[in-house]
Design a protein around this ligand. Structure first.
Ligand SMILES: Nc1ncnc2c1ncn2[C@@H]1O[C@H](COP(=O)(O)OP(=O)(O)OP(=O)(O)O)[C@@H](O)[C@H]1O
Length: 393
């Protein structure tokens, strides 16, 4: 489907409408039905707008973007460097907020009851490495396992699997002494640690050798097979995304297409996804209006040299969403209190100048930032002791 809202959603089953709905005008019934279908998706983004910069000099990064990620699928999000993939993922995991638009994650809005964000229903591997350098691999896994409410023996089992699967070095090696590629794999392992329902991976295969890359994809295919797990993945290797169930081709702040790889290839009569993307980009380029030209991310796709932004990236500390950090962070969380979106600091207080309720609650609240669980206390204690100890001198 091109340049339109995705509709890969099941129809609502026949149920007896509530008295409210019976009494309402017809249009309310259809609104309710579409809200229902949005909530059935793993992720559903509607009419998303996001800009950086000032009002006078805005950098429009997301521009009326719609995205539908069905449960139990792998969704490959592709686009040239700077087109807004990381920004979109950050909004999905609740690290940033949209200017306008709606996001539903596992049935709720990020930061609200039942959304699973923040929480252990979601595993997020951010693009940047943001681990505690003075932790060993094992300590890193223990720390995040406890944060996610896992027991020590469960963590140990999972650790052995992940060390093997991701071809990691000895569990006793300190993170700061690992190569960049190894650190990225530790970061990936952290996202997989608690076996989340929704995995959001921002370029997990960068710097990974082709054999391991293939086994990572095999694993993703395997975990989504029974329909209970969903993966959103961005990658520089456009052809590897053929293994995804759905591909979202992103350019200039929107999705040019959202379809299965096979449908895209046959629809555009192309041999490769890269060709499809070029065709669509040219088409969009020729339709471009003034507003779109103002968008900063019209990077030629031909080169596909997808570099990195040099902006510092905010990392949520101890939130159970991102949790990876070289330094202590006061990253804000987002909650949605009756129609409005608010920022919150990790201590639950609204930042200066912002009003709001301090509750950030969700159904599976044992891991929410609002509650301090035994595991979380243990993890924080371990973190502070280790960091103090290893930084002596
Ligand atoms: N915190 C920020 N403040 C201002 N501008 C930002 C910020 N973060 C990103 N941008 C800008 O927003 C645009 C989209 O960036 P984003 O990181 O989302 O792109 P991307 O598609 O993930 O790129 P890449 O593939 O290189 O990681 C870029 O022009 C970038 O410079």
């Amino acid at each position: 489907m091109l340049l339109t809202e995705a509709n890969a959603t099941p129809d609502r089953p026949e149920t007896t409408p509530s008295p409210d709905v019976l009494a309402s005008p017809r249009n309310l019934q259809s609104q309710q039905s579409s809200l229902w279908t949005r909530r059935q998706q793993a992720v559903c983004v509607r009419h998303a707008f996001k800009q950086y910069g000032s009002k006078r000099n805005p950098n429009h990064v997301l521009s009326n973007l719609n995205m539908t990620v069905a449960k139990g699928t792998i969704y490959g999000l592709l686009g040239a460097s700077g087109c807004g993939k990381t920004t979109l993922l950050s909004c999905i995991v609740g690290r940033r907020r949209l200017n306008t638009g709606e996001i539903y994650v596992l049935g709720g809005r990020p930061g609200t009851k039942g959304s699973g964000v923040p929480g252990r229903r979601v595993g997020y591997m951010p693009q940047e490495i943001a681990l505690y350098g003075e932790f060993s691999i094992r300590e890193t896994m223990m720390y995040f396992g406890w944060i996610f409410g896992m027991g020590t023996s469960e963590i140990n089992d999972r650790l052995q699997f992940l060390l093997n699967f991701l071809d990691l070095p000895s569990e006793n090696r300190l993170v700061k002494n690992l190569s960049g590629g190894q650190q990225r794999r530790v970061s990936f392992a952290v996202a997989l640690m608690h076996d989340p329902e929704l995995l959001i991976l921002d370029e997990p295969t960068v710097g990974v050798d082709p054999l391991l890359r293939q086994s990572i994809w095999n694993h993703l295919v395997q975990i989504t097979k029974d329909g209970n797990k969903t993966v959103i993945i961005t990658t520089h290797y456009i052809e590897e995304a053929r293994q995804a169930h759905t591909i979202g081709l992103m350019r200039s702040g929107k999705l040019l297409a959202e379809e299965s790889p096979q449908v895209l290839l046959s629809m555009y009569g192309c041999q490769s996804l890269e060709e499809v993307f070029l065709k669509l980009s040219r088409k969009q380029g020729s339709n471009c209006n003034v507003t779109e030209l103002n968008i900063s991310n019209n990077v030629s796709l031909a080169s596909l040299h997808w570099g990195r932004k040099d902006e510092p990236v905010y990392v949520t500390d101890e939130s159970g969403v991102v949790g990876l950090n070289f330094h202590q962070s006061k990253e804000v969380l987002i909650t949605d209190s009756s129609n409005g979106l608010n920022h919150y600091e990790m201590n639950g207080r609204a930042p200066k100048g912002e009003k709001g309720d301090t509750s950030v609650d969700c159904d599976d609240c044992s891991d929410c930032c609002q509650l301090t669980t035994v595991g979380k206390m243990r993890a924080l204690l371990q973190k502070n002791v280790l960091r103090m100890w290893r930084n002596v001198g």
